[in-house]
Ligand binder design. Structure first.
Ligand SMILES: [Zn+2]
Length: 240
């Protein structure tokens, strides 16, 4: 049952995340307004057939049915990642509340990662969403004391980095503070290590050499680290 729900709900919410990622940073578009989906290129309104998560992308071979414009692969990836991560959480979480809160964290982190990748900006409402689910998960696991300590420590470390190092956005600072609640110092360290190493590898790969001046959006790498910790914490069962 929980696996079936992971797939169905994961796909639907993944599809919703794509709307959020596209619309939140754009002037004149709200999440519920217009209430239907349209092609950003030809503005043709999409029918239900064009809107089935994951499947429509495959059936249409990644192109708009009406004008043939390429649909960004991001639409497909966000939906697939959301489903796969929901399934993983369903595998590790030992009860429903834990599972639902983990799903909230997963979707917040995915939206942050892909929005940061596209726009170099993390929208405040995604931080709030991450904070709410992270705080509730901490409460549920009886981890509020250590969670608050790691949130504070993470926030301070990143605030100092933000002050003294160019290229770090304040969104990253808030993100670490928000995600810190569901961790302890150990998992915070692991998350930041994963983020730093994967960010460095990405930067080496992208710029073909070490150019520390080149900035990269750090949100996707933080998300990766935080997701890894989330699954490790869920796997461990009780509080981290
Ligand atoms: Zn079109």
């Amino acid at each position: 049952m929980r696996y079936l729900l992971s797939v169905v709900l994961g796909a639907i919410i993944g599809s919703f995340l794509n709307v959020v990622i596209h619309r939140l940073p754009r002037e004149g578009l709200r999440i519920w307004d217009p209430p239907y989906s349209f092609c950003p290129q030809c503005h043709h309104r999409l029918s239900w057939k064009d809107n089935i998560p994951i499947l429509s992308y495959l059936i249409l071979k990644g192109r708009c049915r009406y004008c043939g414009t390429r649909i960004p692969i991001r639409y497909f990836l966000v939906e697939v990642f959301n489903v796969v991560l929901y399934l993983l959480a369903a595998f590790f979480a030992y009860d429903w509340i834990l599972l639902i809160l983990s799903w909230g964290i997963i979707s917040s982190l995915l939206a942050i990662a892909f929005m940061d990748l596209e726009t170099w900006h993390i929208h405040d409402s995604l931080i709030v969403s991450l904070l709410v689910f992270s705080f509730l998960l901490s409460l549920k696991m009886g981890n509020l004391l250590w969670g608050s300590v790691s949130a504070l420590v993470g926030f301070l470390i990143f605030f100092i980095l933000y002050k003294f190092r160019k290229g770090m956005g304040f969104g990253d600072v808030l993100m670490v503070g928000a995600a810190g609640f569901y961790m302890n110092i150990f998992w915070l360290d692991i998350s930041l290590l994963v983020a730093a190493v994967s960010g460095l590898l990405y930067s080496l790969f992208k710029y073909k050499g070490l150019k520390p001046k080149e900035a990269i959006p750090f949100g996707p790498f933080l998300s990766m680290g935080f997701l890894l910790s989330l699954f490790m914490i869920l796997r461990g069962g009780e509080s981290p």
